[in-house]
Design a protein around this ligand. Structure first.
Ligand SMILES: NC(=O)c1ccc[n+]([C@@H]2O[C@H](COP(=O)([O-])OP(=O)(O)OC[C@H]3O[C@@H](n4cnc5c(N)ncnc54)[C@H](OP(=O)(O)O)[C@@H]3O)[C@@H](O)[C@H]2O)c1
Length: 273
C-alpha cells in the first residue's frame, strides 16, 4: 500500500498518471495526491469515485509558499504516515515569455523546491522514491544532442539536462537512507507539450512508466530509465522505445553538466537555493 503525490495533474501525462494510479487496487495504492496550480475539472469524477483515495491539492511548483502549504496539507491528510512516492511531473516547454528563466524556474528549480519540501514526508515513507519526469535520454541527452538537433527547443533541452544532474545529486546524497531518485523518460507523448498528434505515444503508454515506478528496490537510483514499447524497439524515427536505463551517477552525465551546475551545488542537493 503506497501513497503518491504527483505534480501537474491538471492535464496531459500528470492527469493520466493520477487517473491510472487511482484506478489501481487499494492494496497497491493507498492515496494519490494529484497536485495542480489551478482547477482540475477532469479529476472531479475520479475523485468522487475514489472513496477518498484520490485527493486534489493546490500546488504551484514555482511558488515556495504554495509548495509549503501543500506539504502541510498532505502531511495532515496522511495522519502521521509518510509519503512513499513523489512524481515531479509539472513542466513547460519552449514558449515561455521570458525564455530560459521561466523554463528553469518550473522544470529545474520547481523540481528542487518540491523535492526539498516533501523530503521529510518521504523520509517517513516506506518506498522512498522520487521520480522526475524527463526527456533525459532524448531531448535532454548530451550524447544525443546531434540526433535531436532538428527539434528546436534548446531551452527545454537544457532544462531537462539540468534536471538529470539535479536528480543525480539527490541520488548520491540519499542512497544510504534507502532512497531511489530517477529521471524517467516516458517517451514522446500526444499531449499539449508533446505537440499533440505528431507525437508517437498515446497516454495509455503511462502504464509503461508506472511499471518502472513500481519496480522494487533501489536498482534505479541515479538512473535514467526509459519506457519499453513492444514492437517499437527499432522505430525508424529518432525515438527508440527500447527500455533499459542509462546511468547518471557512473559517468553518463557529461562534464558540461558538472561544470555548468557546479555553481549551484553546496554540500548536498537540498541546500541549493
Ligand atoms: N509530452 C512528451 O512527449 C514528454 C516527453 C518527455 C517528458 N515529458 C515531461 O512530462 C511532463 C508532463 O508533460 P506533458 O506532456 O503532460 O505536458 P502538458 O500536457 O503541457 O502538461 C503540463 C502540466 O504541467 C503543469 N504545470 C506547468 N507549470 C506549472 C507550475 N508552475 N506549477 C504546477 N504545475 C505546472 C500544467 O498545469 P496547467 O494546466 O496549470 O498549465 C500541466 O498540468 C513534463 O515535465 C514534460 O517535460 C513530456
Amino acid at each position: 500500500m503506497a501513497s503518491f503525490l504527483n505534480t501537474g495533474a491538471s492535464r496531459g501525462f500528470g492527469l493520466k498518471l493520477a487517473r491510472q494510479l487511482a484506478s489501481l487496487p487499494a492494496t497497491d495504492v493507498s492515496r494519490v495526491f494529484a497536485s495542480a496550480r489551478g482547477d482540475c475539472p477532469r479529476l472531479e469524477e475520479p475523485v468522487t469515485e475514489s472513496s477518498g483515495r484520490l485527493v486534489v491539492i493546490k500546488l504551484d511548483v514555482t511558488n515556495e509558499v504554495s509548495i509549503k502549504q501543500a506539504a502541510i496539507e498532505v502531511e495532515a491528510k496522511l495522519e502521521g504516515k509518510g509519503l512513499d512516492v513523489l512524481i515531479n511531473n509539472a513542466g513547460i516547454c519552449q514558449y515561455a515569455p521570458d525564455g530560459v528563466k521561466s523554463i528553469f524556474t518550473v522544470n529545474v528549480m520547481g523540481v528542487h523546491w518540491v523535492t526539498r519540501a516533501f523530503l521529510p514526508l518521504l523520509q517517513k515513507g516506506t518506498l522512498k522514491k522520487m521520480i522526475n519526469i524527463s526527456g533525459s535520454t532524448s531531448l535532454g541527452s548530451i550524447t544525443s544532442a546531434r540526433t535531436f538537433q532538428a527539434i528546436s527547443a534548446p531551452r527545454y533541452k537544457i532544462s531537462k539536462t539540468a534536471t538529470s544532474s539535479l536528480t543525480a545529486q539527490y541520488a548520491l546524497d540519499y542512497e544510504k537512507e534507502g532512497f531511489t531518485f530517477m529521471a524517467l523518460c516516458p517517451g514522446w507523448m500526444k499531449t499539449d507539450l508533446g505537440g499533440g498528434d505528431i507525437a508517437d505515444l498515446t497516454l495509455e503508454g503511462a502504464k509503461a512508466s508506472l511499471d518502472i515506478i513500481f519496480r522494487p528496490g533501489q536498482e534505479l537510483n541515479g538512473q535514467l530509465p526509459k519506457v519499453f514499447v513492444k514492437g517499437w524497439q527499432k522505430s525508424k524515427g529518432k525515438y527508440q522505445y527500447v527500455g533499459g536505463e542509462c546511468s547518471m551517477v557512473n559517468g553518463c552525465v557529461s562534464a558540461f553538466l558538472i561544470s555548468n551546475l557546479a555553481c549551484f551545488c553546496s554540500r548536498s542537493a537540498e541546500n541549493v537555493e
